[in-house]
Design a protein around this ligand. Structure first.
Ligand code: GLN
Ligand code: ZN
Length: 760
C-alpha cells in the first residue's frame, strides 16, 4: 500500500438477490445440509470479493462475512458458549452456533441487541466465567480462501477485544481488568496466526472508542494494544472506529498501531477539529471514512475531494486510505436492480457497489488529477443536481408551514393537571381502564387478502370490504371481552412506517433496498427524498368505521414522526430535525382530521424514539429536545378533551423518564413485562404524573398469562402509581399472535383489572 489507496470496511452479506438469506433459511428448514450450505456460502463470499476486486479496491476486507453475526463469531472463536448449549470444548459446531443465535428446544437463544446506533442487531456474548481459548481462527480461514481462490491479499477484519468485552454480558464492571488479562492470550494468538500466515494489514474494529467512555478506560485499551504490539510486531494494524468521532482522540491516535480509521461522515466536525488541533502521528496511516456507509445517497464527490485535500494539511496524501465511514453492511447491495424507481431518484442513489466506485474515483482523482476522471465526476454531479431539481424535493407549502411552526413551542391548550378532569368528564372511564396497543392478529387470511389486492386479483372495493369485515369481527370480540377503549385492529397495515410512507408525499419505495437487521432477517426502509406532505386521509375511514360500530371509544392509531424518521433512509440535504418536523406537521393534519371526524382518543406510537439517541452523551439532550418537540408538533393542537396516547417498546426507557414526560401525552403505554425491575423504581423516583399503562403481559410468546399473574403485576405497579392514572394493557401490538390465545389473554387481562378494581 504505497501512496494514497482505497479500502473498504466490510461488504453486505445478504447478496444482491438475498441469496445469503435464502441459503441460511433453507438450511434451517432442513432443505439443505451442512455441506450444501458451506458450498453456497463460499460461492457468495467469493462473488463479493470479486466485485470488490473488479471495482479496483486496493485493500479488500475478508472475514467480514459470517454465518449469522460477527460478534457471535468472535465469541465462538474464543469458545465462549453458554453452558445451556452443552458444548464440550473445541471448535463450535454449526448446529451449536445457530442454536446460540436462534434458540433450540430446551435452550433459549442468546440475547440480541442493537449494534451501536444502527438497526443491525448482534448476539450478546455471555462470558459468565468461561475460560476463553482460541478454538478456531475464522479470520485466517477467510484470508487463505481469498488468497488461494482469487489471489486477493485480503485485509482480515477482526472485532477488537475491548469492544467485544464491552458488548458482552455476564460479568461485573470491576472484573474488566481481569477479563482483559484472560482474553488477551487468545486474542493475541488469533493475530499472531495471521502474522505468521503473511497477512500484511489487519483491520481491528473498535467502535466502542466512538462512544462516551471515561478517559480512565483508555489505559486498559492502551494495555491491550501494547501487548498486541509486542506479540505481533510485523502485523500492520488499522485500528478502525466508526459511527461517530473518537471520544479520546489523543489517546487513541497514540496507540501503538499502524493506522487509525476515523469516521468523517458521522463524526465529521469533531474528528476534523481534533486532527487540526492535535495533528496526526507521522508514523501512521489515516483511514479516512469519507463515503457514508449508513445512507444510500450518492456522495458530493467535489466536496469529498475538498475534505481529503483539507486532511492533507495534517497527513501527507500518500498516508491516506480512502474508505467508507463504516462497513457497507448497513446499505443495500446494488442500485442496478432498481428498475422501477423514478430514474432521477435512482440516479442519485449509491448502494454498496456504487459506493465502492465512488471511493475508487476519489482515489484516481487524487492520484491522477481531477481531469483524469472529469467525466464520471461530472456525471455524479449532474445526478445530484437532478435530485435537487426533482419536483418532489421542495414544497413551498411545507417549507412555509415548517417556518411558521418554528416560531413557537407546541403546547396543549391546558396542562395535563387540568385537562385530565375534562377528559374524565367526557370519557367516564372506570378505574384501571383496559385497552390494547393497536394491532390484532395478522392471520394467514389477512395476509392472503393483502396479497390478492396487491396482485390486482382483488380490486380496492373487495379489499376494503374484507378489512371492514375484520373490523366488525374484532369490534364485537373486544366488546365481548369487555375492553374499555377499543382499536380498529390495523388489518390494512403491513408495516407501521411503510403504511404511512405510501400515503405521504416525499417518500419512495425501492424494490431491492434490503439491509440486514439481524440474522437472515432483512428490512427495506422507505426513502425520504422530498418534503413530507399530507395529501389525503390515511387512517380516517377505518377508524371512523370502527367507531360507528360501538359506543365505546375507539383510539385512532398513527406512527409517530421520530419512528418514521428513524426507520427510513433520510435525505441528507436537510437536518434530521427538520425532516422530523415536516413529518410531524403531516401527522398533525391527520390528527386534526381524526378529531374532526369524532375520534377523541388518538395514539401516536414512538417505539423508535430511543434508538435515535446519539452515541455521545453530550449529543443526547439536543436530540431528545427536537424529538419531543416533533411529537408535540404532531399532537398538541387537539382540544382539551381529546386524549393523546403514545406507546413505546423494544427498549428500556427507565433512564429517559424526563423526555417521556415531556411528550405531554395523556396516556403512555410502555413495554415493561421484561423490565419491571427497572421501570417501576424509576417511575417511583421520578413520580410520573400522567396516564400510564405498564404492559402487563409479554406479547412475544403464545402463552396465555393467568389472571393471578397480571393481578400481581398491577398490584406492584400500584404501589408507586396513582390508580386514577393507571391503565391496563399488553406490552405491545398483537399482530404476531394467534386469534385464540389473543382472546384468552385479553379476557384474563380484563378480569385481572376487574379483580384489582374491586379492591380499590
Ligand atoms: N400500534 C402498533 C401495533 O399495535 C405498535 C407497534 C409497535 O409498537 N412496534 O402493532
Ligand atoms: Zn410496541
Amino acid at each position: 500500500m504505497n501512496g494514497i489507496s482505497s479500502s473498504s470496511l466490510g461488504y453486505p452479506r445478504i447478496g444482491a438477490d438475498r441469496e445469503w438469506k435464502k441459503a441460511l433459511e433453507s438450511f434451517w428448514a432442513g432443505k439443505t445440509n451442512e455441506t450444501d450450505l458451506a458450498a453456497q456460502l463460499e460461492q457468495i463470499r467469493l462473488k463479493h470479493l470479486k466485485v470488490q476486486q473488479e471495482k479496483g479496491i486496493d485493500l479488500i476486507p475478508v472475514n467480514d462475512f459470517t454465518l449469522y453475526d460477527h460478534v457471535l463469531d468472535m465469541a465462538v472463536q474464543f469458545g465462549v458458549v453458554p453452558a445451556r448449549f452443552g458444548h464440550k470444548g473445541g471448535p463450535v459446531p454449526v448446529a451449536t452456533y445457530f442454536a446460540m443465535a436462534r434458540g433450540i428446544q430446551g435452550a433459549t437463544a442468546c440475547e440480541m441487541t442493537k449494534w451501536f446506533n444502527t438497526n443491525y442487531h448482534y448476539i450478546v456474548p455471555e462470558l459468565n466465567g468461561v475460560t476463553p481459548s482460541l478454538v478456531e481462527n475464522r479470520a485466517l480461514q477467510a484470508y487463505r480462501e481469498a488468497k488461494e481462490k482469487l489471489g486477493i491479499e485480503g485485509k482480515p477484519v477482526v472485532l477488537g477485544l475491548y469492544t467485544f468485552l464491552k458488548l458482552s454480558k455476564g460479568y461485573r464492571a470491576d472484573d474488566l481488568d481481569a477479563l482483559v488479562e484472560q482474553y488477551l492470550p487468545p486474542f493475541v494468538q488469533l493475530l499472531s496466526e495471521l502474522e505468521q500466515a503473511g497477512v500484511e494489514w489487519v483491520q481491528i474494529d473498535e467502535p466502542i472508542l466512538a462512544v462516551s467512555l471515561p478517559k480512565s478506560e483508555m489505559k486498559r485499551v492502551a494495555a491491550i494494544y501494547e501487548a498486541v504490539r509486542r506479540a505481533v510486531p510485523d502485523l500492520k494494524i488499522m485500528l478502525q472506529t466508526y459511527f461517530d468521532s473518537v471520544e479520546h482522540y489523543e489517546e487513541t491516535v497514540s496507540l501503538p498501531v499502524d493506522g487509525i480509521g476515523l469516521d468523517f461522515v458521522h463524526g465529521y466536525d469533531r474528528n476534523l477539529s481534533h486532527i487540526s488541533r492535535f495533528g496526526f502521528p507521522a508514523d501512521k496511516k489515516l483511514g479516512a471514512g469519507v463515503i457514508d456507509g449508513r445512507n444510500i445517497w450518492r456522495a458530493d464527490l467535489g466536496a469529498k475531494l475538498e475534505l481529503i485535500e483539507s486532511l492533507t494539511a495534517h497527513v501527507p496524501q500518500d498516508r491516506i486510505v480512502v474508505q467508507p465511514s463504516c462497513s457497507l453492511l448497513h446499505v443495500p447491495v446494488s442500485t442496478s436492480r432498481e428498475k422501477e424507481l423514478d430514474p432521477v431518484l435512482r440516479q442519485s442513489l449509491a448502494y454498496a457497489e456504487e459506493k465502492l466506485e465512488e471511493i475508487v474515483l476519489l482515489v484516481r482523482a487524487l492520484r491522477e488529477g481531477k481531469e483524469a476522471v472529469a467525466e464520471p465526476l461530472q456525471a455524479s454531479r449532474r445526478a445530484l443536481e437532478g435530485l435537487q431539481a426533482h419536483p418532489g424535493r421542495v414544497s413551498a407549502k411545507v417549507r412555509e408551514a415548517y417556518a411558521a411552526a418554528s416560531g413557537s413551542e407546541p403546547e396543549r391548550s391546558k396542562p395535563f393537571a387540568e385537562r385530565r378532569y375534562t377528559q374524565q368528564e367526557r370519557w367516564k372511564l372506570p378505574l384501571l381502564p383496559t385497552t390494547t396497543i393497536g394491532s390484532f392478529p395478522q392471520t394467514a387470511e389477512v395476509r392472503q387478502a393483502r396479497r390478492k389486492w396487491r396482485s390486482a386479483e382483488w380490486n380496492d372495493e373487495q379489499y376494503e370490504s374484507f378489512v371492514r369485515e375484520q373490523i366488525d369481527l374484532w369490534t364485537k370480540r373486544q366488546e365481548q371481552i369487555g375492553l374499555d377503549v377499543l382499536v380498529h385492529g390495523e388489518f390494512e397495515r403491513t408495516d407501521m412506517v411503510e403504511f404511512f410512507g405510501e400515503k405521504l408525499n416525499g417518500f419512495a419505495f425501492t424494490s431491492n433496498g434490503w439491509v440486514q437487521s439481524y440474522g437472515s432477517r432483512c428490512v427495506k426502509p422507505p426513502v425520504i427524498y422530498g418534503d413530507v406532505e399530507h395529501v389525503r386521509p390515511m387512517t380516517v375511514s377505518e377508524t371512523v368505521y370502527a367507531q360507528s360500530l360501538t359506543s365505546k371509544p375507539v383510539k385512532g392509531m398513527l406512527t409517530g414522526p421520530i419512528t418514521i424518521l428513524n426507520w427510513s433512509f433520510v435525505r441528507d440535504d436537510l437536518p434530521r430535525e427538520q425532516v422530523a418536523g415536516q413529518i410531524a406537521l403531516a401527522l398533525r393534519e391527520e390528527v386534526e382530521l381524526l378529531e374532526r371526524s369524532g375520534i377523541g382518543m388518538i395514539q401516536v406510537d414512538e417505539p423508535a424514539l430511543r434508538e435515535g439517541l446519539p452515541l455521545k452523551d453530550e449529543d443526547g439532550p439536543a436530540y431528545l429536545e427536537w424529538a419531543v418537540r416533533a411529537f408535540k408538533l404532531a399532537t398538541s393542537t387537539v382540544g382539551e378533551s381529546t386524549q393523546i396516547h403514545t406507546h413505546m417498546c423494544y427498549c428500556e426507557f427507565h433512564d429517559m423518564i424526563d423526555s417521556i414526560r415531556a411528550l405531554d401525552a395523556d396516556v403512555i403505554s410502555l413495554e415493561t413485562s421484561r423490565s419491571h425491575g427497572e421501570m417501576i423504581p424509576a417511575i417511583e423516583r421520578e413520580t410520573y404524573e400522567l396516564g400510564i399503562g405498564l404492559g402487563v403481559y409479554d406479547i412475544h410468546s403464545p402463552r396465555v398469562p393467568p389472571v393471578e399473574e397480571m393481578v400481581n403485576i398491577i398490584d406492584s405497579a400500584l404501589k408507586v402509581l396513582e390508580p386514577e392514572l393507571f391503565w391496563v394493557n399488553p406490552d405491545c401490538g398483537l399482530k404476531t399472535r394467534g386469534v385464540d390465545e389473543t382472546v384468552a389473554s385479553l379476557t384474563n387481562m380484563v378480569e385481572a383489572a376487574r379483580v384489582v378494581r374491586e379492591r380499590l
